[in-house]
Design a binder for this molecule. Structure first.
Ligand code: PLP
Length: 402
């Protein structure tokens, strides 16, 4: 029946990613709606008491409560799993709910985690503050250094946790090396792939076990909702993650799931065009600023590795001014078109000063160690005409004497 082909892996797994992004996971109701239905419901009703009992006993298929199952949410989860090339996926209320769930569902007191030093501020808070409170020790390392991963392994190391490119230093991890090393030691790799989305990088192709997302970023891509997702094997998702998620409840609302599904329909187009625009804007900026960290430019020290792992450079890059926070803030204030905003993956161009925003809480010393100086700015290049973005940047750079 065509109504449910979206849930038939024998069919959908043969589709190419751009097709999966539009049709994967779709189940149509009896009305045959073309766009996915939004089931904004917390519960379900039953024809008789015996049916409820059978469903709770796992003897009858069907939904029981939206913390456990929801048709709209399940469509999104199946779609993301297909695009990722993963056996299974579960979604969460935000990217941080996804990261927290991906880590806590599998860790216990006495375990050890090796994590990338360069990471999203809240991810660092998890490894620096939350996990140690529960007796889970952590080591943060320079994730670009393959030997540092090896040297940090302890007998009780359970998880490697990293992002690539990293926010906002654009450090690249050699995903294949780190995942192979982890496998040799029975360690689970958790990759935060928020900067790329499956349209630009699929870490499982390089051996990653678990891929976690802020779907707030490129997947929604239009700055509307917070959302998160965790992808992995059926065994990991069903036996390890689900018991945690079903009982602690970091679930994604069906409404937000529906919005993200609409975002996925254009993900491939947006990710490609935003990468092209980011390259054009990056080539302009490279001539005007003292230092640029852009994975798509040959000047990036890990450009070759980045381009081996990524289909395109993505919309985000960072650059560094010599005049510290004053000059960085002045540049932000001089922008007319590009918004001052700390989000990424949006179809609008946005710029932020990481030291005073996304990475403010971690303190100056940790920022310094991570390579985030007071003169660093991070830009998300959107879908506007890059010529307008370049004119805006040109005017703002002139105003701050560059
Ligand atoms: C934004 C972001 C997160 C957190 O996601 P939210 O949806 O804001 O909770 C985690 N990791 C990275 C790399 C991010 O960019």
């Amino acid at each position: 029946m065509k109504r449910t082909t979206g849930q038939n892996r024998a069919i959908t797994s043969k589709w190419r990613p751009a097709t999966q992004a539009i049709r994967g996971g779709t189940v149509r109701s009896e009305f045959g709606e073309t766009s996915e239905a939004l089931f904004l419901t917390s519960g379900y009703s039953y024809d008789c008491a015996e049916d409820v009992a059978a469903r709770f006993a796992g003897e009858q298929a069907g939904m029981t409560y939206s913390r456990l199952q929801n048709p709209t949410v399940e469509m999104l989860e199946e779609r993301i799993a297909l695009m990722e090339g993963a056996e299974a996926c579960r979604t969460q209320a935000s990217g941080m709910a996804a990261m927290t769930t991906a880590l806590l569902c599998q860790l216990s007191a006495g375990d050890h985690v090796v994590a990338a030093r360069a990471a999203f501020g809240s991810c660092r808070w998890l490894t620096d503050n939350l996990l140690p409170r529960f007796g889970i020790t952590t080591t943060t390392i320079d994730s670009r250094d393959n030997d540092a991963w090896k040297a940090a392994i302890q007998p009780n190391t359970k998880v490697f946790f990293f992002e690539s490119p990293a926010n906002p230093t654009m450090d690249i991890v050699d995903i294949a090396y780190v995942c192979t090393l982890a496998k040799q030691h029975g360690i689970t790799t958790v990759v935060d792939n928020a900067f790329c989305s499956p349209a630009l990088q699929r870490p499982m192709e390089f051996g990653a076990d678990v891929v976690a997302y802020s779907a707030t970023k490129l997947m929604d891509g239009q700055g509307r909702v917070l959302a998160g997702a965790v992808c992995g094997s059926s065994a990991f998702i069903n036996d390890v993650l689900l018991p945690f998620q079903r009982n602690t409840g970091p679930n994604l609302s069906p409404f937000n799931a529906w919005v993200v599904m609409k975002g996925l329909e254009t993900l491939d187009l947006r990710a490609r065009r935003q990468s092209e625009n980011a390259l054009e804007v990056g080539r302009f900026m490279e001539k005007r600023v003292p230092k640029i960290l852009h994975p798509g430019l040959p000047s990036h020290p890990q450009h070759e590795l980045a381009m081996k792992q990524m289909k395109a450079c993505g919309p985000i890059f960072a650059f560094i001014l010599d005049g510290g926070r004053r000059q960085a803030h002045d540049l932000l204030n001089a922008l007319e078109l590009i918004d001052i905003s700390n989000n990424i993956g949006d179809s609008r161009s946005l710029m932020t000063h990481p030291a005073s925003t996304t990475h403010h809480n971690m303190g100056a010393e940790a920022r310094e160690a991570m390579g985030i100086g007071e003169g660093m700015l991070r830009i998300n290049v959107g879908l506007e005409d890059p010529a307008d973005l370049i004119e805006d940047l040109d005017r703002a750079l002139c105003k701050v004497g560059l």
